[in-house]
Design a protein around this ligand. Structure first.
Ligand code: XMP
Length: 520
């Protein structure tokens, strides 16, 4: 006789979304208010697939997006997210021209190619180079040597960068151009790492390959150690998120830009998005605090008419009506979240917003009807929250979790021996002055009376995005293993929920112990 896999005895307690949320319709629930019940499983966490389709031509290998915030996502973060299979949305608190360059940096990123290597000139003294290494704390001592026009004239090897040669000129110590191994940029092809790997195997003892153009201008440097690290990483389960041309994918956020008369500046929006599309942007996000509004709807409609195939994200909303409205305007993916963010004060200041799990459920019904995706935006502090969010959405957007990473904009500051990075709400006074006021329906003019809807804060520095994502992904995969779900579609179908009492919430975290090491 086959072993029992499901029992009706569980049904009154652990309910699927369509029973659980309507039964709790009088209260707003968020992540910690609920927990997911385990189910019979034949799935090991490591075998779970996290691929997600946000629009016809927008596919991620992991359902995680870094927020369009000025202390979270610029090109470095977007590159790291895409390399891990996710997506970064470049914020818009910068001049339009700069946003274009940030997108270009992501689209032109060649993994393993140091695009702007530190160079030295033939006239410098070895002593100057030593001082530079000391001052900048470089962990390497081999440098390409270029002339005033950026043309390669040789390579200064680490074994001659010694104090005994301090008085000698770089030109006397360098390996001359004729003996330096180079490759033309156009010869790198679609897979520069495989090309460089082959080169290093064929050239015993050579550890550096310089990339040049037809006129011998230096365009980059590939090192054998980077190639070996990346080749190793490629065995990882989650591949980088790339477009059809093998470029990393990248998103850019937009606001509902207005002209001097307060009308939507259609021309300016269209010009900017045309330029973004020219640079290869894969998705734009019309990103405001109140997405169920004419300004956002009109912006989405204008873009949909002008760019029929461009994936568009729009938000934020917390109602089915909001989802239907933005879907009808032409959005493919809709951001859900008003006030859950770690730096948000919208609920306190404006008295509006809905706890995130209830908002996601309500929105998910409309999303299913309109065939659009949902992005759970804000309030995520741990991988378990992501698992819960993914039972009702196609991906999550995180700000705070990534703001302490090396790849987030901003400097590390030391306070009482601990390292931190700045993290601020896009509705904080400082961010609004820097440009994001439109997102909250305010004027940028600081003389104007504005009500900030976000705080300025610090996040503890937490290392690389790779490390943070590895932990989050591990947690998501564990959750899927407990629910016996091999992919995200099964997660939406199989999840069953129950509310948690305050004592249950305390029970869920480490308790009655002296913690020596935190779980992260
Ligand atoms: P987490 O919790 O990941 O939230 O830090 C990031 C999300 O919060 C939103 N956001 C804000 N919401 N006031 C708000 O009410 C703000 O100043 C603010 N700044 C960002 C945004 O949706 C982001 O993705």
């Amino acid at each position: 006789m086959a072993a029992t896999r499901n029992s009706t005895l569980d049904d009154p307690f652990y309910q699927p979304a369509d029973e659980f949320f309507p039964a709790n319709s009088k209260i707003g629930l968020t992540f910690d208010d609920i927990t997911l019940a385990t189910l019979y499983s034949e799935i090991l966490p490591r075998d779970t697939q996290l691929d997600t389709q946000l629009a016809d031509n927008l596919h991620l290998h992991i359902p995680v997006i870094s927020a369009d915030m000025d202390t979270v996502t610029e090109s470095r973060m977007a590159i790291a997210m895409a390399l891990n299979g996710g997506l970064g949305l470049i914020h818009y608190n910068m001049p339009e021209r700069q946003q274009l360059s940030e997108v270009s940096r992501v689209k032109n990123h060649v993994h393993g190619l140091i695009q702007e290597p530190i160079k030295v000139s033939p006239e410098q003294l070895i002593g100057d180079v030593l001082a530079l290494i000391e001052q900048k704390k470089f962990g390497f001592s081999t440098f390409p040597v270029v002339d005033g026009k950026g043309r390669l004239v040789g390579l200064l090897s680490g074994h001659v960068v010694k104090p005994r040669y301090a008085g000698k000129k770089v030109s006397e110590a360098l390996t001359p151009r004729t003996q330096v191994h180079t490759i033309k940029k156009k010869e790198l092809g679609r897979d520069p790492i495989a090309r460089a790997d082959k080169f290093f195997t064929e050239h015993i003892g050579i550890h550096k390959l310089l990339v040049v153009d037809d006129d011998d201008h230096l365009h980059g440097l590939i090192t054998m150690s980077d190639v070996e690290r990346i080749t190793q990483e490629r065995k990882a389960q989650f591949k980088p998120a790339r477009d059809a041309h093998f470029h990393l994918i990248c998103g850019a956020a937009l606001s509902t830009t207005r002209n001097a008369f307060g009308e939507l500046d259609r021309e300016r929006i269209l010009n900017h998005v045309s330029a973004l599309v020219e640079r290869g942007v894969n998705v734009v996000a019309v990103s405001t605090a109140h997405g169920y509004s004419k300004g956002v709807g009109d912006t989405v409609s204008v873009l949909r008419d002008a760019f029929p195939k461009l994936p568009i994200i729009a938000g934020n909303v917390t109602s089915a009506a909001g989802v239907e409205y933005l879907a009808d305007c032409g959005a493919n993916a809709i951001k859900v979240g008003q006030g859950p963010g770690s730096i948000c004060t919208t609920r306190i200041v404006a008295g509006v917003g809905i706890p995130q799990m209830t908002a996601l459920y309500v929105c998910s019904r409309a999303a299913a009807k309109k065939k659009v995706s949902l992005l759970a935006d804000g309030g995520i502090t741990k991988s378990g929250d992501i698992v819960k969010a993914l039972t009702l959405s196609q991906a999550v957007i995180c700000g705070g979790i990534f703001a302490g990473c090396n790849e987030a904009p901003g400097e590390v500051v030391e306070i009482s021996g601990k390292l931190y990075k700045q993290y601020r709400g896009m509705g904080s006074l400082a961010a609004m002055k820097a440009g994001s006021a439109a997102r909250y329906g305010h004027e940028k003019n600081p003389a104007q009376k504005v009500a900030p809807e976000g705080v300025e804060a610090l996040k503890e520095a937490c290392g690389s995005v790779d490390r943070v994502l590895a932990q989050l992904i591990g947690g998501i995969q564990s959750g899927m293993g407990y629910l016996g779900t091999a992919n995200l579609t099964q997660l939406y179908d199989k999840a069953r929920y129950i509310r948690v009492s305050p004592a249950g919430q305390r029970e869920a975290a480490p308790h009655d112990v002296v913690e020596l090491k935190t779980g992260n």
